[in-house]
Each structure stands twice: as structure tokens, then as C-alpha cells.
Design a protein around this ligand. Sequence first.
Ligand code: ACK
Length: 984
Amino acid sequence: MFTVISAARVYPPNEGTLLDTRTVPGELKWAASPTEGGWEEVSIMDEKNVPIRTYQVCNVMEPSQSNWLRTDWIPRSGAQRIYVEIKFTLRDCNSLPGVTGTCKETFNLYYYESNNDREHYIRESNFLKIDTVAADESFTQVDIGDRIMKLNTEVRDVKVTTRKGFYLAFQDVGACIALVSVRVFYKTCPLTVRNLATFPDTNTGADTSSLVEVRGSCVNQSEEREEPKMYCGADGEWLVPIGGCVCNLGYEEKSGVCQACTVGFNRAVSTDRACSKCPPHSHSEKEGATVCDCNPAYYRSESDPASMPCTQPPSAPQQLISEVNETSVVLEWSAPLRLGGRSDISYSVDCLLCHGGAQLCLPCSQDVLFSPQQSGLRATRVCMSELQAHTRYTFTILARNGVSQGHSAGAGQSVSVTLTTNQAAPSPVTSIQAGDVTRHGVSLAWQQPDRPNGVILEYEVKYYEKDQKESSYRIMKTASRSADITGLSPLTVYLFQVRARTAAGYGEFSGPVEFSTNSDPLPLIGDAANSTLLLLSISGGVILLLISTAVFIISRRRGKYSQAKQDSEEEKHLNPGVRIYVDPFTYEDPDQAVHEFAKEIDASYIHIEKVIGIGEFGEVCSGRLRLQGKREIFVAIKSLKAAYSNKQRQDFLSEASIMGQFDHPNIIRLEGVVTRCKPVMIITEYMENGSLDAFLRKHDGHFTVIQLVGKLRGIASGMKYLSDMSYVHRDLAARNILVNSNLVCKVSDFGLSRVLQEDPENAYTTREVTGTYHSPGGKIPIRWTSPEAIAYRKFTPSSDTWSYGVVMWEVMSYGERPYWDMSNQDVIKAIDEGYRLPPPMDCPVCLHQLMLDCWQTERTHRPSFTQILNMLDKLIRNPTTTLRTGGDRPVPSLLEPVVGPEFVSVWSAEDCLQAIGMGMYRDTLTTAGYTSPDSLLTLTHQDMTSIGIITPSHQDQILASVQQVLLSHMQQIQEQMPDSMVPV
Ligand code: ACK
């Protein structure tokens, strides 16, 4: 009857078809009621000549039609809402000629839910109506026979949730219809992948507004980041994706799937979206690498991100430099050459204490303090303190970084230095206890200091009454660790402090401990006895008072310097830690002293460059010294000549033993000695400008007074240090002061003191060699030596003060020879007679006065070096008022008498000749009638030649100097006279 032209069926992706009449092969055979005269199944061909099944009814002429057509059971297959798409044609009643009111243009659609797929009969009233379906405005044109018909498509939907399936029914109520096709479908949200989670094909919900929540599952090689969820909307669209998954490490997302990283790439952290190339010094050999392995000899620390290049442990620190300061050591070094590609370098220090060379080394004790710390050092400097004195240590600086653990080859990353600490004063004495306490005494005992730092030579107990000032203390010395203190007042609280002394000097006093003496016993005899006692004590008191007054007066008379000197000695005495010089010849084996105070230097570290002079024991050279781990320095090298006796060797090295005990900017510094191979050498710092006397002569007149005073100050400072250490130099002279490139003056030449001391019985000889007197035991530099040292060998700090006065004179006169060419004998005589060197040209009065003070005959009246230093400091601070020169005074006299007017009265031609160093012509001139000073003024060259004074230089000297001496002498007399007596 109809020919339907239909397009090929293509279902939308989000629809699940439950029935499509066009795809059913063969007949439909739906149940129709009435079975005859109602709905009729008709096969027609579609446009592709494929037969399709249709149902038609057209009872428009008959009234009261109710023709039912029921489908077979349709399983709902999980669908909750089904859609029925009906394609039909419907004749409009107007187009049918002759039909009356019976013709209809709609039909009804019903459904019935059931689990039974083969219901034979369903009562019509059991069907539920879905809708009345009418022809629509929109339609497609269909050829039906020779006419074109409109093909309607109507879709209705209904919820089906109660049974497994359902039946549909079409009720015709008198229309002319052809059901061309019926398709029943449900909607789904199709399988999809969002955020790396797969969401399955999901049936939409039962209601048109319902959203079905669906949980996604992560795609292969991915894991949940946040629970993946999505909603399936009623129209089959996915809505609102939430959460999602991320690719596993080693994989990256590409087109919604996780793909393995290729070889040479990795993905190590989930925050990286994509695989990345292996960082430098690493590789991956398989696909899907989560991390790139480090190449051989490269490492990664636990905290290193995988994206970081692989790195290496650092190489060893460089240029390790050590500085020993008593029992502290400072090490400094430079960063390693190779940091291994990291910036987290740190250093640690290993400390070994070595006995017997470096053979037996043990880890250092816990007492050693490391500052700032022992390990984890960021800076390239560390200080170790609380080390043992005179002990050999090996320190190893280890460089490490984040990959050193387990990979460090140890030696490759470290650098070591072995050194010996210096001597140091002992630590304070602890736990002082009182044993016997009596009325007048206390027995004390104490422990040895924790760190004696050497052999304890003695202990010193200081005690004083608690109520009195500390300055009124008393001292007791003892070699043992106990002392019986007697002579205390009864029932009095005393404070006691103890300190120890080693070769390195005194340690600090312990904190004071207090003990009280017992009370006096009650008087046993009567009042008479009592009053006798009282009398005795009063008279005793008076005697004591008298004695103290006498002592006071005497001590006041000792002169202005002696009190202050005493004070300073006291000060020194009490100053804890003041080191006392140790005479190396008190050692049984002098070699031991050398090695105690001087460092043995490997000769291969020394590079001799040139000879700079001849010393007493051999050549003096300059050169360079490069100690392991230290900067190269310029040095002076004194060598011991090849053929030497044992004694010469000891004498030579004694200088090093002495010098090695000093550490002061104005004392020449000892670098070390070479004793284990020949030649034996003493290495000191190099002083570029050589000795002071020659230096001044070379630069005559080049310095200001203040600059000269600056030099003197340096020398005084060095001498104060020496005298504080109780060292007496005995040969202080400008030739023994060395000057460095910064013009710093340093005291040197420590060879003489011992020589004289060792042989105190030496006869005084007058054999003169280069300005010094030789005795079999040594030489005495007459012009620089105090009278008491020349006469009695009384060498003290005060005799050094005398020499210092001469050095002052040498400095202020730019290296002039003291007493010019007077013979030593004449010098001794002139000094003895009270003459002193005059002020050098342009020498400020106060400086000359200081020289004169240094040349006081009474040694206790001479200033101490502390006082000299203070005075020079005052001068330097206040130069305008203090550094006045003689001004209008005549040219300085050759020699000035420093004694009173009584000396003036004995002034004669003879004195004058002595003063100018021409005493040898005394007899010649006296015999020729030149007996008064005035007569000397008349002398001519001719006169002198005629009486036998033929040496031209002597003639010149006499002519040049006599006048000056006498003029100066006159002036002096005037100055000493009361004003009224000065001739106008
Ligand atoms: O006056 P000079 O140049 O300085 O000549 C003598 C020479 O050696 C013999 O002693 C010089 N001399 C000694 N010690 C040193 C030193 N540490 N630095 C420089 N020169 C020195 C001295």
C-alpha cells in the first residue's frame, strides 16, 4: 500500500535502542485487538528496497473504533526512562471524501510494565496512557503510491522502573494511520575519559531532571589524585567533572592516557606534567623511568631532587694554614678546587694527639674546644683551644658535601697539618682545703691544676685579711701542694689564693677561699702579767712604728724611680700568666731546650738567596721559607760555620732557645731551627732594612723627631716585654736592633747573656775588639754597658736601661758612635768621673734628660722600661710642648757633667782632654805647659806637630772639640749658678 523512502539508520551515540521495527527481521506479529478489521501488519520496501514492517489501520467510516495494537515484551535493560519514537503517516480527514464525523486524526500510546515477557493477554484497562499522539506540523514528505504523504515523527518518554520490561500499546480511535516505524530507546551518557578517569556508559536517571552520580576509575598507569566523579544528565550529557587521576611516575599524559617516558627521559615527581630529559651526569636505560640513575662516580643525596644533576664529593681543601698561639691553634684554608657541582660544602676537623713523632696518634680528648664547632663548618676557619702545651697534634680538615656520605674516599677530601703547641701557663689551682687551723696558722693543701701545661716548679700562696685591702697581701712560695701559713692573727678571717708556676710563667690565681684562725687562749696569769703583756705589745708597737717610719723615709730617699719601679715589679709579680724566661742552660741537655722552644724546620723548606752579613758563628743569609700549609715568607738564616765545637753549637743554638720564648712585635721572631742536618741554622723573620745603626747612618737627617721617638718607643716596648719576662739582654745597642720594611724596630741578638753568666769568675780584661771588651767567657760592649755591669758584672734590667739610654743617643744622632773614637778605657774613666754624652744635634731637652736618667750611676734611680715607655708615649701624644730642643743653647757639648757644682771645681785641661777622647796626650801637653783649659784654646796644628802630636785626625779633633767642650762647660756653670750670680 505504501512505499516509504527512509534514510539508513544511524543511532546517536548516547542512545541505547531497545526496539526498532525497521531492524526486526521477518514479521513483527504484534498482538492486535480485534484480531481482524483493526491494526494490520503490512510489509513495504524502503528506499533501498529493504522490506520493513508497518502497521496500518483506516476505519474512518465506522464509528466507535478502539483498535489496540500491543508490542512484544521489551526488556528495559537497566533503563529507567524510555523514549518511544514513532514515525507515522496520518490522513487528514478532510482529504477523505465522504467521511462523516467518525474520522479521527490522533491515536493513543500506552505502556504496561511487566516482568513476564510472554503475557498472552493484558487487560486494556491495565495499560497506562503515555499520550495522545497527533500529526505534527513538522513532517517529511513521503511517496505513498502515487501521492506524497507527510511522515510524522513523534517521540514520547516515560519512566519505567518497576519491572524488568514493558509492553507498549497503540490505540486507534478511528483514524487512518500507518505506523511506519517504532523505535524504543533509552538515553545514556556514553563511556568517556575525563581527567584521566574512565566513566562508563551510564543510563540516564528515571526523571527528566535527575542527575546520576558516576564514579570514574583511573586509566592505566595512573592513580587517583582526588576521587573522580561526574554526573550523567537526563539528556545523556556528562556534567560537572570533579577530581581526577594523575599518571604514575615514569609516565606522562598524552591524549587522555598515560604513556611511558622514553629512554633518556624520566618523570620523577608528580607535579611535573611531562617526562623530562635526564639531568647532567645521569641516564635512564628503560622506558617508564621514574628516576635517572647517576653515571659512575656521580651521586645524588637523599634530599637532592631528581631533576638536579648528579654531583660528586668535593676535592680536598687547599692551602691549609696554621697559627699556634700557646695552647690554641687557628687553622685557615681555602675552598677545594672542585666543589663537585654542589654548593652545600662543609668542613670538619679531626684532631689527633701524637706521641713520639707522628707514630702514635690518638683522638684528642673531649676537653679540646672547637670554635665555632668541630663539624658542619661553613666558614674556612676554625680555632682549637684548651690543647695541651708542648704537644704534637695532627689536625685534618675534611671537606664534605651532600654526596660525601659513603662515597668519600677520605684522604682525597682532606688536608692535614701536624704541629706542636707552645708552652702555656698552668690553669688555676683548684680545691684548696685547710687542714690544721691554729691561732696563728693555717695548713693548706690543694690539687694540681687541671692543665699544668708543663712541670710545676712552684706554687705561690697569696693571703690577706678579709677585712683588709687586697693590696696588703702576703706571699708564700712552696714547691709542694701544701703550705703551712704562720704568723696570722688569731680569730681573723683570711682569704687565700694559690697559683702555680711552670717554665711558661705563672698561671692565674685560684678564686679566694676563706679560713678563720682560732681565738687566743684565755689569759692564764693575773692582771700583772696582763699589763706586762700590754706593755710589751705597746713597746713592740712603738719599735715597729719606728722601723716602718725609717723604712718609709729610706725608701722615699731612694729616688723618684725606685718607688715606681717597685710598683711595677709588684704589678708584674701579681700579674697572672706573666711568663718568666727560662735559661736554656739550666737544661741538662741544651738540645732539649732548643726543641722545647724552637720548631725544627725541614731544610728542604728553606730556599737561601744571598749572604747579607757575617755573624759571630757564621754567615747570615736572606731567603724564603715555605712551611707546609703556610704562606711563603722571607727569612733571615743564621748558619753555624762548618767546623764547630760542641760548645759553639750549643752557644749558637742557645740564641734560638731564648728567642723562641718570646712573642712580641718588637722582638725578632724565631721561625725555627735546623739541627738535624748541616749546616745547623737559625731561621728568623727577615728585617728588610737591616740593623738600626747602619740604617740611620744611611738616612742621616731624614726623619722627624717624632719618627725617631717612634723607633725608640718600639725598642722600649720590646725591652719592657723582656724585662717583664725577667730577661736581661746585656747587649742592647743600635747594631742589635733590626728594622723591617715598615720601619718597625725589633730587638735582636740574644746570644750574649748566657756566655757571661756561665762564667762569672771571668777576669775582666781590657783586650778591645770592635768596641767591646772580650773576656774568655764573652765580650762586654763597654760603651753600652752600665758601670756596675762592667765592674761587677751586675747585669739587671737597670743595666739594660743604661744601654737603652745609649741607644737613644745613637738614634737621636743618626747612628753616631757613642763617645766617638774615645778608647774604652777612656769611656770607662769618663763615666766614672761623672761625664755623660751630650744631647745630639736637635735633640729635644726632655729626650736628653731621659738619657741622663738612664745613665744614673745609682742603678735603682734609673727608670724602668715601663716608665720609659710611658714617658715616650706622653711625648708622642703631646709633641709640641715636650719635644723642645735646646733652642738658643750653643752647639751641644762633647760631654756634659751630670754631677753637681763640686765637680765643676775640678774641671781642668786633663778633664777636657779626657772628655774629647784625647786623654792619651795629657802628659805630652802638660809637659809642654798646656795645663789649664784656657791654654788648650791657643793650640795650633803647628804647635801640636812640634810637641809630637802628629796624627792629623787627632789634631783636628783637639782643635774642633776643645772649644765646644769649654763653651758648653761654661754655659753649664752659668745655669747651675743662682740667677743673681749670672754675669749680665
Ligand atoms: O746590618 P745588617 O744588614 O743586619 O747586617 C747584619 C748581618 O745580618 C749580620 O748580623 C743582618 N741580619 C741579622 N739578622 C737579620 C734579620 N733577621 N733580617 C735581616 N738582616 C739581618 C744584620
